[in-house]
Structures are given as structure tokens and as C-alpha cells.
Ligand binder design. Sequence first.
Ligand code: SAH
Length: 345
Amino acid sequence: MGNIKDLSLAQIKDYLVRMNEPPYRALQVARWVFQRGCLSWEEMTDLPKELRAELKEQFSLTGVTLWQKQVSRRGDTVKYLLGLGDGQAVEAVFMRHRYGRTVCVSSQVGCRMGCLFCASTIGGLVRNLSPGEMYDQVMVAQRDAGERVSHVVLMGTGEPLENYEQVMVFLEHLTAPYGLHLSWRHITISTCGVVPGILRLAERRLPLTLAVSLHAPNDELRSRLVPVNRRYPLKELMAACREYVRLTRRRLTFEYVLLDGVNDSVSCARELAYLVRGLLCHVNLIPANPVPDRPFVAPSPPERVAVFKRVLERAGVKVTMRRELGADIDAACGQLRRRVLGLYG
Ligand code: SAH
């Protein structure tokens, strides 16, 4: 039995028309499913009874179940471990910000990109998530928090641009009036630098935010930390970023995880400033979250972070710092899943 949320609106319409239903039924169904997050076909009282029975035979209304949750001490971050139909599990994080409510969504079970400091990649890629499995991460968090979600970031486990089609169906549902009707401006896709995906997304000219996980200012270091750089080196990546900004006119975010003694020197900061000069962008600095069995830690003493930031700012680069929400709840990508499923060493 398939999850109805895996279908696009056009596919739902096709299905209903084949059942001799009028086309407007598709929107009726979509509103129940995507807007209200209804979990029982019986409740959809404006649909004919026989149709409800038929749909119930064919489709499930959710692809995930809440297995575990952890709330941060301050209560502003909640991490969910969600079970999938095939026994796999993914993580999603709910964050309460001053400006709204954000859910950080996973796009894959595991990841094959192999970034050295990231917990999600230990054990490699298991599979892509379907549009419904991504949508239900948002719905579970929204229901549990009892608060409307306003922002979605694809910064959980996985490389969203390696699951491009299914991510796009998910985003279509998120932004549609029959769905959560999120503003495209409140959606962020984070990529480790899959150049063809960046260019493909640029062509769509969507007003979402693209975040590129840079983490190193030169090919030698970046190829070590972020292996996809061997395939798409910085020259190609930066050209794709410039093309993205040219086509979308959107400010790009560069994520830079600061790893003590690895990429946090003053000379790295200078090199980084030079690399991003002239581009409509800002750099988001993230002191590393330690991952078990990995040698990386945040800069020490912590003032090194401030020094790095100042060098960038003096060179005219806009810089933000990621607030460390939820470091006490295994919030670094993929950590809760690994711990609960016993996947560490
Ligand atoms: N594959 C995508 C999205 C998932 S990672 C990407 O690479 O962007 C989301 C962000 O978390 C990335 O910027 C990633 O580099 C960062 N991240 C991964 N492991 C981390 C850790 N141990 N500490 C801090 N940030 C980490």
C-alpha cells in the first residue's frame, strides 16, 4: 500500500479521474491530506463513502511513525526519530526561533557523500526518501509541537540534490495552497556541492535559499573533508554558485563547519574571503559538533571562532554564526539515529 503523500497533485487527479470522479476531487483530497494532515479516511466527510473505502484500500495516510523524541534543556529544540515502513529510521528536528518555527528535514536514509566530520555518512547510503516520507517529518513535528511550521530546511541526513525529483514533489506540496502554503523564501536546500543539481535548480529560478556546505577554501583541504570535491572541484562549484545567483538573484549561504586545527586558521579565513569575493552571499560559521569515533572538535579556545569571523568581516564578507541549538540532544546530523539503532562502532 502506497502513501498518498508520495503522489503529486497531478497523479492524484489522474487516479481519481480513472475512478470516474470529477477532477475537483483531487483538491478536496489534497487539502485533507496535506493541509490538515488528516490520518483517517473516514474523517473526510465531504468525499463519497465508497470513494473513501476505495482510497483506504489503496493508500496509507502516513509514511512515518514517531519512535522517540528528545527535547533540549531550553525546550526550544525537539529532535524526532521517525520509523519508516521498511523498518528504517530518520531524524527530523523542530526549532523554535524568534522569527518562526523551523523543521530540519532528512532527504535520505544515510548518505553516500562521505564528509569526514558528519555522522550521517557513516554506513553509507541506504536509500532515498519519498516525497511523503519528507512531508510527514514536517507534519509529525507540527502536530507534536502544536504549532504551525513556517520554515523548512533540507539540512538533515542526506544530500537533497541526489534525490532531486522526490525533493521537488515534496517542496511542491509544502508551498501549494492545498498544502502548508509555505513561502518559497522560507525554504532552504543545503548541498555539499553537487554541481549538476545546483545548475538544474538554478534553471527553475525558485526564490528559495541555497546553502552550499563549503568547509574549506582550497581544493587540497576540501577534497579531504568533502570528497565530492574530487568530482566537482572549487572552480566548477564556484562557477555554479555564480550562475545560481545570476539566474535567481538570491543571496547564497556558504556553510563552514569550523574544525579545530583543520580549517580554522587565519590563513584559511583569508583564503575563504578571497574565494567568495564579489558574490551575493554570506558565510555561516558552525563550530563542529563532535561525532563519536571522529577526531574533529570545535575550535579551542573558542576565541579562535571570533578571530576567524573578524578576518572575514574585515575583508567585507557577511558572516553569521549558527546558534548551537540542541547540542545536548545529539543534534548533529544523524547522531540520534545512530545511537538508538546501535550503529556506532
Ligand atoms: N548534504 C547536505 C545537507 C546535510 S548536512 C549538505 O552537505 O549540505 C547539513 C549541514 O550540517 C551541512 O552544512 C553539514 O556540513 C553540517 N554538519 C554535518 N556534520 C556536522 C558536525 N559534526 N558538526 C557541525 N555541522 C555538521
